[in-house]
Ligand binder design. Structure first.
Ligand SMILES: Nc1ncnc2c1ncn2[C@@H]1O[C@H](COP(=O)(O)OP(=O)(O)O)[C@@H](O)[C@H]1O
Ligand SMILES: [Mg+2]
Length: 339
């Protein structure tokens, strides 16, 4: 039997809040998420569900003044990093965990040539390396022509900038790459190219990846396992085929239906009925209740689960319908929300 795969990232029951203009916003509430070494994991959810907060807190990048970890812990490569100081975070950033964002332009230095930015990233981790050769190697790895080394960010297209940012991230030889909406700002053709590149890099480098997107199709095509996030909660997770083939949470079911409808209507943006939640004023219990066609009396009392979604090993859902004592008594709700 092969030895069990070590986890590069473990998030356990993590609750993160922001204080903003007098209100407290819980961007993450009891979040569980695991990424195995070398594994490709997807995180999906609509805008404002807390995906970027998760990406940032894993690297100590949430603003300290206004944020607070209220509960839970983050473990990276076996080390508890929940309460690191900024100086200690420097030992995590880049290696073992690197991150790329949606808008490369805000993370690239506008007045420095791309090659030098890659070189700086290399030197931060391996000061004695033959840097020029490694810069060339990294450009080739992300499929940028060698001439890009002397280009400035504004001279590159959006797709090329995203490749440059990837090269900077890969310069640190991360064991886990977090990609937060890496293709969202790009046109459809470039999106597909970057996605193909990410898949290829992950396999060639044996690197784990946490791919974050509001787009189900993107994570489905690139990831072995998927987490679905709603209003700061991870509400369903499991193998991609299980979550997309047999969705268990009413939110996942709604998302998949909406994506199907959007495809039929030729690219209309997928939305589900009801209003997006206000994280500063969440009801007690499951945050999806106001939009849920299956809500029962107990759903408003406490957040359920996690429970087995039944069928596929590891397929987990936080919905009272999967608890054996669920009453099945529906809560009266306006007709427009049903179905
Ligand atoms: N620095 C911040 N200060 C206050 N609130 C924030 C901050 N960053 C994010 N939030 C809030 O946290 C919630 C989750 O945001 P985010 O993590 O960016 O979600 P997503 O990436 O899924 O769109 C939102 O309500 C957002 O307004
Ligand atoms: Mg985001």
């Amino acid at each position: 039997m092969p030895p069990p795969r070590q986890n590069i990232l473990e998030i356990e029951g993590l609750t993160l809040s922001y204080r903003a203009r007098g209100a407290v916003v819980r961007a993450m509430d009891g979040v569980n998420l695991v990424v195995g070494d070398g594994e490709a994991v997807g995180l999906v959810g609509e805008s404002g569900s807390g995906k970027s907060s998760l990406a940032r807190v894993v690297l100590g990048l949430v603003p300290e003044r206004v944020s607070r970890i209220e509960a839970g812990r983050i473990v990276i490569a076996g080390r508890d990093v929940t309460r690191l100081t900024q100086a200690e975070w420097e030992g995590v950033r880049g290696n073992p965990v690197a991150i790329v964002f949606q808008d490369p332009l805000s993370y690239l230095n506008p007045v420095m040539q791309i090659g030098r930015q890659i070189a700086e990233s290399i030197l931060r981790h391996t000061p004695d390396l033959k840097v020029a050769a490694r810069v060339d190697e990294l450009l080739e790895l992300v499929r940028l022509p060698p001439a890009c080394a002397t280009a400035y960010p504004h001279e590159l297209s959006g797709g090329m900038r995203q490749r440059a940012l990837l090269a900077i991230a890969l310069a640190c030889r991360p064991r886990l790459l977090i990609a937060d909406e890496p293709t969202t700002a790009l046109d459809v053709t470039t999106q597909a190219e970057i996605l193909a590149l990410l898949k290829d890099l992950r396999q060639r480098l044996g690197m784990a990846m946490l791919l974050i997107s509001h787009d189900l199709g993107i994570v489905a095509s690139a990831c072995e396992r998927i987490y679905v996030m709603y209003a700061g909660h991870t509400v369903e997770w499991g193998r991609t085929q299980a979550v997309f083939g047999y969705p268990a949470h009413p939110y996942t079911i709604g998302l998949l239906k909406a994506a199907q409808a959007a495809r039929n209507a030729q690219g209309r943006f997928a939305t589900i009925s009801g209003d997006p939640p206000n994280l500063a004023e969440l009801p007690t219990g499951c945050p999806f209740v106001p939009r849920c066609p299956y809500a029962m009396a107990e759903c408003s009392r406490a957040m359920p689960g996690p429970f087995d979604a039944q069928g596929d090993a590891g397929h987990t859902v936080r919905c009272w319908r999967y608890h054996e004592t669920a009453s099945g008594i529906a809560v009266a709700r306006p007709a427009r929300d049903a179905g």
